[in-house]
Design a protein around this ligand. Sequence first.
Ligand code: G3P
Ligand code: CA
Length: 327
Amino acid sequence: MARWKKFLLGVSGIFVLALLIAWLGWVVLPLRALEATHPPVPHNLVIAHRGASYWAPEETQPAYELARELGTDYLEMDIQRTKDFALVAIHDDTLERTTNVAELFPGREKQTISEFTLAELKQLDAGYWFNRKHPGLARSSYSGQRILTLGEILDIAGAKGRKCPVYIETKSADHYPGIERDLVALLREKGWLEPGDGGLPPVIFQSFYSDSLMKLKELAPNIPRIYLVESQVLKKEGGWAPMLDRAAQIGAGIGPMGTLCWPWNVGSAHRHGLTVHAFTLDEPWQFRLMAWFGVDGLFTNRCDALLDYYGRPSAKSARSLLDELGY
Ligand code: G3P
Ligand code: CA
């Protein structure tokens, strides 16, 4: 063999060996360390981001019913509070993107959720926009879907005689003083704070606001809490390492943007005893990369695809389940 070929072969071998050692050090060993600490949330979680929101309008009844029927581990939702103190699921601060607020309440498009009563929100169409945006996935029954209260989502989650676990975000928590108390009171009233059957925790809390999570820790210490992390949070905390210290006080994990989930970041979270759920990823190549980097679970709009990837495919397709559900 020519000398230059031998040289290339040697360099490639060293490169592959270095990669293997890095993977063992950053991913495998910290993961084993995390498992040894018995984290409260198991591995390979499928978290249906705003329900099965690839297939149906986000945070509406069809999105949550479909995710439940597909067999997702968790139904994810963003909880905010109306003027008359009802807890409702909606992602944005305003109603512009996902409802016909401009048509029903002209001039109030820029108002926040907290400036509307529940009765007003319930008049809005929270589904028609999906049909316009995704004509290939449109269904006429999506038009006229309503914004849901947290109580209504819990009823959907518990409709089949077993509770499909819920993953609840206190969205814009600084805008809603006392929302943690209201949230815990409703969960308690509806029987969702009782310990589960030994499987998945029935409820997980999540927030970009560490203060909100600390309040939840005080009010319901047994419910796991996930500190959501994006660039603003990292800036506020002063970097990855101090953010992990804060997250460790909060317990039980972090929810970083996928782009932050480098193996050395995931590994250091595991060494802190923190589980890692990345948001929001929908493509099989992303699932593969995140698994390789040691991430413990994913927020996804495609819970059907992630269930496939984790080897737990749904027996029926999303389209046939939507038909069966009457959509
Ligand atoms: O809750 C995890 C993820 O949903 C955070 O992003 O903006 O979709 O709520 P967002
Ligand atoms: Ca969310």
